[in-house]
Design a protein around this ligand. Structure first.
Ligand code: 4AD
Ligand code: MG
Length: 433
């Protein structure tokens, strides 16, 4: 195969006046007055290529009738031109269509309905905004890894197939596991609590699954979960980890993805001002802020999307809500010794109506207290035997959290719906394509 240059590199100016060969997908095409304007995308980069009358006729005609999203090879001289996107174009003198599109590309310039675009997701991932989302996700994950790796956290992996619920049975996906039942994991947490006694502070990036029965703008059934767990870490300690990690991630994002962020209605200033310490309020204060009628809930109920939305208008950056009542949280949350009806739990909420992006807190470290909480929740301690063992052999105060990658991306890019924060969303009514 001939050696092509990377389109992105052409914009440095180093190839100005030189002949280059590029290959890619024909993203767009128009012609006027004997010139064909082509946009060619090789993945990382897109460049305008022009073919002018006077070149070999067969070459001109072939591209005049070329269909969008054919793959092409073009050779020509790089010319700076302020009218071209990015300020440079290739004046092509030869080339060929490598794999002509067999049919008209189904996604046209005009607006399509969301269900149509979801059906065509395998093609829609070529869209400019989808490509930006993929780059932003990758930039977030590399910043996450950079932060944890340089703060003494080891990246580890745990099973996706599990034998018990972490976050309550109502959102468990059951799978047939030979002659047994197994579940798709909701969170790495129980395994993480075992591994901190092996290697200390840890993190993971992995899929989590929730059989969410409701259709909402912020629930996927399969999402990517950034989770961390640390020994000798209390509630205050894990809150600091969350705010330091997230502010680092946003700083890297502003630095590395300005062009991608520019495609969304996001002012990078909104991200740049996110610095520790983040505002903190308690659950009780949250109810006061939400208002007298509390949007349909009373003390002791969990904050749902409606309540969180009302709360977020009071903040212009992510903030923490601590001290959720015991019955709103899973069995492992440590009751506050000063006030046992609330837990040492914390959610981070994003502003602008987005709401919860992380959940976590301090865990119960005492054997008896954990068994009591399991029984209160109607769980059989027998199903959690290995997990209980961890409290028998050198227990330790410890905390952790989980952050939904797509929840973060939704807020960062101000998306209307979480389905656009991932290439191939899994939703209550969709496992295709
Ligand atoms: O609040 P959750 O349920 O907490 C846990 O799973 C803890 N065990 C995590 C831990 O402490 N290690 O989920 C954590 C985060 C939420 O804050 C949210 O960002 C995301 O996971 N999340 C979802 N994202 C997309 N779709 C869903 N259905 C989600 N459910 C939770
Ligand atoms: Mg939660």
């Amino acid at each position: 195969m001939e050696n092509a240059v990377a389109i992105r590199d052409i914009f440095s100016g180093a190839a100005d006046g030189k002949k280059v060969l590029v290959r890619g997908w024909l993203q767009n095409k128009r012609s006027s007055g004997g010139i064909i304007f082509l946009l060619v995308r090789d993945g990382p980069g897109v460049i305008q290529c022009t073919i002018r009358k006077g070149v070999e006729q067969g070459f001109f005609d072939q591209f005049l009738s070329a269909k969008i999203e054919s793959t092409v090879t073009l050779e020509g001289v790089v010319k700076p031109d302020p009218r071209a996107p990015g300020g440079r174009e290739i004046q092509a003198s030869s080339g060929k269509i490598d794999y002509p599109a067999l049919e008209e590309f189904p996604i046209a310039k005009q607006a399509h309905g969301p269900e149509f675009l979801l059906d065509q997701r395998h093609l829609y991932v070529r869209d400019e905004k989808m490509r930006a989302i993929l780059k932003i996700r990758a930039a977030i994950l590399s910043a996450v890894r950079l932060w944890f790796d340089s703060h003494g956290y080891l990246e580890v992996q745990v099973p996706i197939l599990t034998s018990a619920a972490v976050e309550g049975g109502s959102t468990l996906f059951e799978v047939k596991y030979f002659d047994e039942k197994a579940y798709l994991t909701q969170s790495w947490q129980l395994y993480a609590e075992a591994l901190i006694a092996s290697v200390g502070p840890i993190y993971t990036v992995a899929p989590s699954f929730r059989a969410e029965k409701s259709r909402t703008r912020r629930h996927l059934t399969e999402y990517w979960h950034i989770e961390a767990e640390a020994p000798w870490c209390d509630l205050d300690c894990i809150i600091k980890v969350e705010e330091l990690m997230l502010s680092h991630v946003l700083e890297q994002l502003v630095k590395n993805c300005p062009v991608e962020l520019g495609l969304f209605e996001r002012n990078v200033e909104d991200l740049a001002r996110v610095k520790p310490p983040f505002p903190r309020i308690t659950y009780d204060e949250a109810l006061e802020k939400i208002g007298p009628e509390k949007a349909g809930i009373k003390w002791g109920d969990d904050l749902g999307y409606e309540q969180e939305k009302l709360l977020t208008v009071h903040f212009d950056r992510p903030f923490f809500v601590t001290g959720y009542p015991k019955k709103t949280k899973a069995f492992y949350h440590k009751p506050d010794p000063a006030r046992p009806d609330v837990t040492l739990s914390v959610d981070m909420l994003a502003p602008e109506g987005y709401g919860e992006i992380t959940g976590g807190g301090q865990r119960i470290e005492e054997y008896d207290a954990l068994v009591t909480r399991m029984r209160e929740e109607g769980l059989d301690p027998k199903s959690y035997e290995w997990y209980l063992d961890l409290r028998k052999y050198g227990s330790v105060p410890h905390s952790g959290f989980g952050m939904g990658l797509e929840r973060l991306v939704s807020w960062v890019c101000r998306l209307d719906h979480i389905r656009d924060a991932i290439a191939f969303p899994r939703l209550i009514n969709r496992v295709y394509p």
